[in-house]
Design a binder for this molecule. Structure first.
Ligand SMILES: [Zn+2]
Length: 122
């Protein structure tokens, strides 16, 4: 299956079978071409309206992805805080002390990162 990348300035699409999503450039202007995916139909070059609509769709999709990642991080921070409160009310022991230190470090990272996914579930 061939994936597509597109330059919105030149309204040109590039197709490749196997490439990482972010190393393709526009053959016309040489700028980085954003990744479209496998299933998105590429408009005809002269169909400026369709190119604008496609760009707006991609921007909305990127926005949704960023919002989902943000929500995920907020949820992760809440989960970690709740877990820490619970652990700190229990009797201390070596294993628990170590786990609390790990969770605190993870919480620190989760708080300092920009919007990003928190993969670990504790
Ligand atoms: Zn271009």
């Amino acid at each position: 299956m061939r994936a597509a990348w597109a330059c919105f300035d030149c309204r040109k699409a590039v197709r490749h079978a196997l490439r990482t999503p972010d190393d393709v450039v526009c053959p016309q202007c040489g700028d980085a071409a954003p990744y479209l995916g496998y299933k998105i139909p590429v408009p005809r070059r002269r169909d400026i309206k369709a190119w604008r609509a496609l760009k707006a769709d991609l921007q909305r999709a990127a926005q949704r992805t960023a919002e989902a990642a943000y929500q995920d991080r907020v949820r992760c921070i809440h989960d970690l805080e709740a877990r820490l409160v619970d652990l700190e009310t229990r009797p201390a022991n070596e294993g628990r002390r170590r786990l609390i230190a790990q969770l605190r470090a993870h919480l620190e990272r989760a708080r300092s990162m920009g919007p990003t996914r928190c993969w670990s579930r504790w």
